[in-house]
Design a binder for this molecule. Structure first.
Ligand SMILES: [Zn+2]
Length: 83
């Protein structure tokens, strides 16, 4: 079943509704009863900044010396070079 995303024009609540294709689109906000508009879910994801997208995506960058297994006297580290 597709999931549709709606935003309330009154309280700006964004919520998802799982509906059949044959179901009529929602018109009322579940919270305040205001008028809602249907969002295009993919655009909605992009606008939100994609929190789920970041998960597992950003691997920690290790300093070159740590990656090479050197714990001391690493001339390759900018910090070490600058003292
Ligand atoms: Zn509302």
């Amino acid at each position: 079943m597709p999931i549709y995303e709606y935003q309330c024009k009154k309280c700006e609540l964004v919520f998802e509704a799982r509906q059949k294709f044959s179901d009529a689109p929602l018109t009322e906000c579940a919270e305040c009863g205001g008028e809602v508009q249907k969002l295009i879910s993919q655009a909605g994801f992009a606008l939100k900044g994609g929190g789920w997208y970041d998960q597992g995506y950003g691997k920690k960058k290790e300093a070159p010396c740590a990656a090479a297994g050197k714990s001391e006297a690493c001339g390759g580290c900018p910090k070490a070079a600058n003292g």
